[in-house]
Design a binder for this molecule. Sequence first.
Ligand SMILES: [Zn+2]
Ligand SMILES: [Zn+2]
Ligand SMILES: [Zn+2]
Ligand SMILES: [Zn+2]
Length: 404
Amino acid sequence: MTPVELAVCKALAFRASKSFCIAGLPPGDLYLQKMILTQCAVCATDLGLTLGKKCGRCSTRYCGPECQVQHWKEGGHDKLCKPIKKAGGAEQYNANKKYTEAVAVAAESCAEDTKGQTCYICTQAVHWKTKEGLVRGCACRGTAGFAHVSCLAEQAKILFAEAEENNLDAKARNERWARWSSCSLCEQEYHGVVRCALGWACWKTYVGRPEADEVRCLAMGTLGNGLSYAKRLAEALVVNEAELSIRRRLWTHEEDMLVVQGNLAGTYLQLGRIEDGLSMQRDVYSGRLKLNGEEHEESLREAFNYASLLRQLKRFEECKALLRRTLPVSRRVLGEGSETTLRMGCIYGWALCDDPAATLEDLREAVTTLEDVERTARRVLGGAHPHTKLIGQRLGEARKKVQN
Ligand SMILES: [Zn+2]
Ligand SMILES: [Zn+2]
Ligand SMILES: [Zn+2]
Ligand SMILES: [Zn+2]
């Protein structure tokens, strides 16, 4: 790679990072899908990225000849092989299929909210080609921001292709890549199932590139984040691990590794594998401090992630001590309204309130902290945003504790 491309990679990877969801530990969807296709299509044996054998025509993967023969004879592969090959191979076929499913899920879950609205990109209610319905999963309010996932994806694809064709600099590429995960109108990140559908859209767009292509790898990161926003954690884990192992094989930039390890730690955490998550997260945070210093946005984000873990493990003293050090820095460097500051404030208030050793003074501090955070969240994200709702809920709990 040329030095310019390298700089772009780093900047892009930087964007691909994410924070944990403040919602804590959902049970997760443990149905393990065959995706990013690291398993035998018949018996689901884990093949990593290279083991086993592939169908010579369509690249569907098997642990060995027995499963392959069985799939052909009894698994319907004799009929599916051709359409899979025509779609561009097993990964592309899977990505297309998953994308269509994810769009349907997103449109369905937004149906109530989008009734009677039209897409701000194509101006129609129903997409002319795919017939999909509308979604909205950012911080847009009123009649703003309704769109088709396909239209959002098409826009992101064209914008990023332009940046690649014209060799735009890292900053411009970065901004355009962000269209895969955040709204161009309100500039907030998409959440939930909309984020997931865009993750599949992104992966479907770049999966056909060579494995060593950095953009393909970034797309994998975008998909992993999307899945985890939609709480499809078992699938997110497969994607995170695949990305980490591809990166380990192809690149060794410390920064890229930290991003991917951070995502993996987040997935472990959400899957309830707390000890795995904690040790990986501790490494990521200290890696960030070494690489970027304590005032850097990514260091602060990882400080939040680490604090969030400590809170879940009920290690309240360590959690509060970390946030007392880092929250003021985040306020000063990133601003009150930044997502990291909001999340840090929420966790801090929550930790103060949850600690069984909390004094009345601690509880009062929890209430004032959460009141501030909620006010800011309302202003920046709007009252209907899931973060704002969650913060409101925590505030209610804290107030109750003060009264008792
Ligand atoms: Zn098998
Ligand atoms: Zn085949
Ligand atoms: Zn549209
Ligand atoms: Zn928006």
